[in-house]
Ligand binder design. Structure first.
Ligand code: GLY
Length: 373
């Protein structure tokens, strides 16, 4: 596949050059957000949910190029994460995002047994958040004992990896029960999703959907849909259970049919005002595109071809119209991400997870096989 100007291989070459530049500029920081003016990535605390994506980009760069520079920069991240785990910290269900792209990726590429141990400890931590009565994984800390969120779909790969690594189905039981809850309570009949569902932590009963990072409880937060699409595709790959494949396709159809003409989603597909006037979320586009490529490879070719075609339209639109190729000093790759619009946070900015999934998608297009999600 190519756009009118570039092939996937040519895009990958540019990505590698950019990663080398990012590596020089970002150094030991834990990047999360870069503003369009200035284009300098911030330095987020490392128990924040986004901390795995920069080391994940470094490991991706290493896996694809075998350039030791990337490996050297990525090496210490799971060690730092483990140290933070032993201190007072705010880790939550997002240890999936954080340890898959550090400890698990490192172990897969280098066989480092300490990294394996850290990945398994994170899987145990995630399994420990499972509410056995309500069949959900608790999302956040504080007093939100009964809150679960759709983003968790992506964290399930950590449990599936641990189940395979230890040949211990306990982890898979939890992943499946939580995935079933996502199908039942989060993914709506039309393929849009709830961000948060609150359950009674004592009885397990579902209480209500909450808008969270979407505009309202009944709106359609695009990044939430992207997480569900990709997470369900992963569960389908791990389990071969059609229920998850169908759930992924339901979300995929909703997502694809709500894309604007340039194929980069607005932050919420169902806002009260004119959605065309709302900010984009390039990160939702990158996540969904990588998820669509995953899904396309798992289903009959005649359906998969359509998903792949839309994914490539999204990726090349991001490449041509939402990225920093003509701003070499900018530390990020993608522009126009939206982090948390209802809270007024990180609107129209670069987001490290947008960069990660954009690069991951083009790595897949260029033969990358060592899946972490
Ligand atoms: N809470 C994860 C996200 O913003 O997508």
């Amino acid at each position: 596949m190519s756009s009118d100007r570039f092939t996937d291989a040519e895009v990958w070459e540019k990505i590698v050059e950019k990663l080398e530049e990012m590596n020089k500029k970002i150094g030991n920081k834990s990047p999360h957000v870069a503003l369009s003016e200035g284009g300098v990535y911030d330095d987020e605390r490392i128990d924040w949910w986004t901390s795995g994506f920069w080391p994940g980009l470094l490991w991706l760069g290493y896996d694809m190029t075998k350039n030791e520079i990337f490996k050297q920069s990525a090496w210490d991240w799971d060690i730092k994460m483990e140290q933070r785990m032993l201190e007072k910290n705010s880790f939550d269900h997002d240890v999936g995002f954080q340890f898959l792209s550090t400890a698990v990726f490192k172990y897969k590429l280098t066989g480092d047994m300490d990294a394996r141990r850290r990945g398994l400890a994170a899987a145990n931590f995630l399994a420990g958040r499972f509410n056995i009565q309500g069949h959900f994984i608790r999302a956040w800390n504080s007093n939100m004992h009964g809150w679960s969120i759709v983003d968790s779909a992506m964290n399930l790969s950590l449990l599936c990896w641990a189940a395979e690594e230890l040949e211990d189905p306990r982890f898979m039981h939890i992943a499946r029960l939580h995935a079933d809850t996502l199908v039942e309570h989060f993914i709506r009949a039309d393929g849009s999703v709830n961000h948060i569902v609150s359950f009674d932590p004592a009885t397990g009963e579902a209480i209500e959907a909450i808008g969270g990072q979407g505009e309202a409880a009944d709106s359609a937060w695009s990044r939430g849909a992207a997480w569900a699409l990709y997470g369900m595709a992963n569960m389908y790959r791990f389990t071969k259970d059609e229920k998850y494949g169908q759930a992924a396709q339901r979300v995929a159809h909703f997502f694809m049919s709500h894309l604007p003409s340039d194929k980069v989603p607005h932050w919420d597909f169902r806002t009260r005002g004119n959605p065309e006037l709302e900010p984009r979320d390039s990160s939702a586009g990158a996540i969904a595109a990588s998820g669509l490529l995953e899904l396309a490879a798992l289903i009959p070719e005649h359906i998969g071809r359509r998903y792949e075609a839309v994914a490539m339209q999204m990726l090349y639109s991001l490449y041509h119209h939402y990225s920093t190729w003509n701003k070499p000093q900018h530390q990020a790759i993608l522009l126009q991400g939206t982090g948390h619009k209802p809270a007024g946070q990180n609107i129209n900015v670069s987001l490290i997870y947008g960069d990660y999934f954009f690069v991951e998608a083009f790595a897949k297009r260029n033969g990358w096989k060592n899946r972490i999600y």
